[in-house]
Design a protein around this ligand. Sequence first.
Ligand SMILES: O=C(O)[C@H](O)[C@H](O)COP(=O)(O)O
Ligand SMILES: [Mg+2]
Length: 307
Amino acid sequence: MILQPKYLTGDPAAINDFIDRFDVFLFDCDGVLWSGDHLFEGVVETLELLRSKGKKTIFVTNNSSKSRPQYQEKFTALGIPSHVDEIFGSSYSAAIYISRILKLEPPKNKVFVLGEVGIENELRGENVPFVGGTDPAYRRDMTPEDWTGLADGSLLDPEVGCVLTGLDLHINYLKLAHAYQYLRRGAVFLATNTDATFPANHSFFPGAGSMSTPLANMMGTKPVALGKPSQAMMDAIEGKFQLDRARTCMVGDRLDTDIKFGIEGRLGGTLAVQTGVNKKSDWEAEDAAAVPAYFVDKLSDLRAAAE
Ligand SMILES: O=C(O)[C@H](O)[C@H](O)COP(=O)(O)O
Ligand SMILES: [Mg+2]
């Protein structure tokens, strides 16, 4: 039986009942707390209200452009008190997976990164060697030597055994050509996440999935994605905080990552907000990726709960 999502906006009694059902709230970031660097109104106060009620708040983002400490700097700059241990990014999830699960062995233990500094910093934190990423040597057009050296492999790093893709704001043909040649030679294909779009500035931009999809198209295989909805992240969070999943709620703006993550993680509930990627019409569609248990217009609607 598919339960109808409960709309909470403007219903203080229902909001109070919703909040009382949970001890832990997992918050997605892009599209829930902010759009790019624009913090949504009332977010700080809403988090403060939940914390004043003894609720634990954990931040779970698929955005791989920042490491956990860098995210904490963003939280602080936006006036949101946070602890780095309460922040889980897809870069961290991928770095943990590579270092503790995949356990690449020399001479093929290096990672070729299509992504930003967040991935690099988290790989460093796990002592995982890497090339590519923000290296400026890759921010240029192909030369005749590239065509030759990539084709015969002489330009490739022989120690690369894995390609990891994430949100890369400097994607280009040279980087894709390197990644593809590594994959053709047997490198493991991973992604921090495969979100199709990135909500920013109250609009949408190419998401991390736009960096991995060309490679998936060339290889005819999809990467193992370590962000939401992968349960690798949920297991890491549960392990760290000893979650009671029945008393935990996932709050997100995207059905195919956040809400699916909460449902497949068998959490006590999921709350969708309509300030990011998906809206009510999306989960009412026949082919909805997931259906939330609760929904509001915006996160700050929860402030209607009695203080
Ligand atoms: O393209 C991406 O990487 C994602 O759209 C984006 O960064 C998602 O971040 P989240 O909503 O999980 O905080
Ligand atoms: Mg989001």
